[in-house]
Write a protein that binds this ligand. Structure first.
Ligand SMILES: Nc1ncnc2c1ncn2[C@@H]1O[C@H](COP(=O)(O)OP(=O)(O)OP(=O)(O)O)[C@@H](O)[C@H]1O
Ligand SMILES: [Mg+2]
Length: 323
C-alpha cells in the first residue's frame, strides 16, 4: 500500500508577542498516514490545528519537529519536487485583486510551466468544470465569496496534482454549488485516483466524501476511522420513536436484546438501542405480538454531528483512539 502522506510526530508551536513570550502549541505530535487514492477528512473545532496541519503538509510551513513524507518524498529536503505534484485550495483564497478570473488561471498555468496551447485548454476545461464562464472577465476584487472559492478550486487543479489539499472547500458556497463541488471532488478521486485531504465543518460533507476521518482537537488526533466506526466509538445509541395506541409491555422492552434505555409517555414510546438497523424490525414485531397498535415509527441514528459534539466535549480523552 503506497502512502500519499506519511507524517510522524509533527509538532508546531507558534510564538508571538513581545520577546515571543506568547506560545501556542498548535500541533502536539501528529501521526498521520493517508493512502494513495483516498479521500481523507480532518474534522475538529475552531483552533484545533487543521489549517496549520495542511500548511505543513503542503510545505508552506515548517514543523518544529517530526518527519513527513509526501508521495514518497521527504518534505524538507525535497519540498520543491513535492510542490510540483500537489496543490492546495483554501476557503479564504486571495489572488491579485486586479486580475480577471481567466487571467488568474493563466497566471498559475504559467507558474506551473504550461505552454500556450496546453495552458489555454487547461484553463478552458477548469472554467467549465467550476462553471466560471460568465465571470471570466470579472476581476478578483469584484467576485463574490463563492466565486472566489470556485476560482481557488479551479486553480488547485492547474497542475493535475497527485495530492490535493482542500481547506474547507465548500465554506461560503450555496447548497447547489456545494453539491456540485462535492461531486467534482468525488469524480477526481474516482476517475484520476487523486488523493484528497480535506478539512471541513460540514459533517454531511465529511460523511458523503471521506473514506476515513481524523478528529483533531488541541493539536492532537483524538480519533481516527471511517464515519461508521467513529459513530460506533461514541456508543450513544440510536433512538427509535414509536407512536402507538393501546399499551406497550414494559417486560418485553426489558427483555429485548440491544435496548439501552426507554421511556413511555402518552402515545409515544422512545427506545434507545445499540443499533437501530439491526433491532427495529424485530422490536416492532414484538410490540405487535404484544397487541400494541403501531401508528408511526421514526428512527434517529447517531450521526457524525453527535460524534463531533461528543469529541469536542471530552477534555482528557485518550488521544490514540483509532479504528
Ligand atoms: N501564524 C500564527 N501565529 C500565532 N498563532 C497561530 C498562527 N496560526 C495559527 N495559530 C494558532 O494555532 C491554533 C491552530 O490554528 P488553526 O488555524 O490551525 O486552526 P483550525 O483548526 O484551522 O481552526 P478553524 O476551524 O477556525 O479554521 C490556533 O490557536 C491559532 O490561533
Ligand atoms: Mg482553519
Amino acid at each position: 500500500m503506497f502512502l500519499a502522506i506519511h507524517a510522524k510526530e509533527i509538532h508546531k508551536t507558534f510564538q508571538s508577542g513581545c520577546w515571543k513570550k506568547r506560545k501556542k502549541a498548535a500541533l502536539q505530535g501528529i501521526d498521520l498516514q493517508v493512502r494513495q487514492g483516498e479521500i481523507f477528512g480532518i474534522l475538529g473545532p475552531n483552533g484545533a490545528g487543521k489549517t496549520t496541519l495542511l500548511s505543513i503538509l503542503s510545505t508552506l510551513l515548517l514543523p518544529d519537529r517530526g518527519e513527513i513524507h509526501i508521495l514518497g518524498l521527504d518534505s524538507i529536503r525535497e519540498g520543491h519536487r513535492i510542490r510540483e505534484m500537489i496543490n492546495l485550495s483554501s476557503g479564504n483564497a486571495n489572488f491579485l485583486w486586479s486580475l480577471k478570473v481567466e487571467e488568474v488561471l493563466h497566471f498559475f498555468g504559467m507558474l506551473y510551466g504550461l505552454s500556450g496551447k496546453e495552458r489555454k485548454a487547461r484553463v478552458e476545461s477548469l472554467i467549465q468544470m467550476f462553471e466560471l464562464g460568465e465571470h471570466r472577465e470579472v476581476s478578483f476584487d469584484r467576485l463574490s465569496t463563492g466565486m472566489k472559492q470556485r476560482l481557488s478550486l479551479a486553480k488547485s487543479l492547474m497542475n493535475d496534482p497527485a495530492l490535493l489539499l482542500l481547506d474547507e472547500p465548500t465554506v461560503g458556497l450555496d447548497p447547489n454549488v456545494s453539491i456540485h463541488i462535492r461531486n467534482q471532488i468525488q469524480m477526481l478521486q474516482r476517475s484520476r485516483g487523486m488523493t484528497i485531504l480535506l478539512t471541513t465543518h460540514n459533517m454531511k460533507e465529511a460523511e458523503f466524501l471521506c473514506d476515513r476521518i481524523a478528529f483533531l482537537k488541541e493539536g492532537r488526533i483524538q480519533a481516527l476511522g471511517t464515519a461508521q466506526s467513529l459513530k460506533k466509538m461514541i456508543r450513544i445509541g440510536d433512538l427509535i420513536k414509536i407512536q402507538y395506541r393501546g399499551e406497550v409491555m414494559e417486560e418485553s422492552l426489558l427483555r429485548f436484546e440491544g435496548v439501552i434505555n426507554y421511556s413511555i409517555s402518552d402515545g409515544l414510546c422512545e427506545i434507545m438501542v445499540d443499533d437501530a438497523e439491526k433491532r427495529v424490525g424485530s422490536l416492532i414485531a414484538q410490540l405487535v405480538r404484544d397487541g400494541t397498535h403501531i401508528q408511526n415509527v421514526n428512527v434517529e441514528q447517531t450521526n457524525l454531528e453527535d460524534v463531533f459534539v461528543q469529541f469536542s466535549k471530552e477534555v482528557d480523552s485518550d488521544p490514540s483512539f483509532c479504528v
